[in-house]
Design a protein around this ligand. Structure first.
Ligand SMILES: O=C(O)CCC(=O)C(=O)O
Ligand SMILES: [Fe+2]
Length: 250
């Protein structure tokens, strides 16, 4: 489904449940890559100071060739993949945020816990690593399970951005239209400090597909849409960014 022709709000609230298209300009994406790499190398410097040069030379795209030097899953829990204030300011001033605020009325980056400062999370998905992606889910499930509140008159939508990766070989899978059906069965499991939904996509009649997202692409989607990461194919890491927005209720 080509959603690029429709405006973002109509696609998210309409039949597809998502919009995919150009999100950031080339100049913006270069700057975003730099901001993420800075965070990435700062973390490496604290846990493997002698290896920083190897990781710096490989860069984010070739991180998988050096990741044997560290314990990937313990080094990169969610709280170690947060953008700093400079990254949040950058997103807030981006062309995409202006467009979203104009289309939805207002758009405010939030945290997954009300009252906390805004959060923007980046993600590294290495080629061929099935453990680097999670199962299909709707983001609303996390809020339902954890009883996170939404301010009166507001609702959540999600923004996902591709920073690096091979188009058609890496990125996000979506199941169009699934935001209209909200009675999915999932179980809850405590993992990485959080109650998380566990869903078996093999037992339901949905056909998620990988979106074609060149770097700089944005996917904006309903909090009820079933989606998930795709295992990275090709020979470079997928780097993406995601954040939740509070926007006015329809
Ligand atoms: O990028 C991924 O692998 C999953 C992203 C996701 O679930 C989200 O952005 O809500
Ligand atoms: Fe998600």
């Amino acid at each position: 489904m080509n959603t690029e022709q429709i405006n973002i709000r109509d696609a998210v609230d309409g039949a597809p449940g998502y919009w995919a298209g150009p999100g950031l300009t080339e100049i913006e994406i270069v700057e975003l890559r730099r901001l993420i790499e800075q965070r990435f190398l700062a973390r490496i410097a604290t846990i493997a100071p002698d290896d920083v040069d190897h990781f710096a030379a490989a860069g984010l795209a070739q991180y998988h060739l050096e990741s044997y030097r560290i314990d990937h899953s313990s080094v990169w829990p969610r709280h170690e993949r947060l953008m700093g204030q400079d990254g949040i300011d950058f997103i807030n001033q981006s062309s995409l945020m202006y467009r979203l605020a104009a289309e939805f009325g207002s758009a405010q980056i939030t945290n997954e816990i009300e009252g906390e400062p805004p959060e923007v999370v980046w993600r590294l998905v290495r080629p061929g690593q099935t453990d680097d992606v999670g199962p299909l889910h709707a983001d609303r499930w996390f809020w339902d399970i954890n009883k996170w509140p939404t301010p009166d008159g507001q609702r959540c939508i999600k923004v996902w951005l591709l920073v690096n990766g091979d188009t058609g070989l890496a990125g996000l899978r979506v199941a169009p239209g699934t935001h209209r059906q909200q009675d999915w069965n999932y179980t809850v499991e405590y993992r990485h400090g959080l109650d998380k939904p566990v869903f078996d996509e093999a037992v339901v009649d949905v056909e998620p597909f990988l979106l074609e997202t060149p770097p700089g692409s944005a996917v904006v989607f309903s909090y009820d849409l079933l989606h998930g990461g795709a295992v990275t194919m090709g020979d470079q890491c997928r780097v993406s960014l995601e954040f939740t927005l509070f926007v006015p209720q329809c």
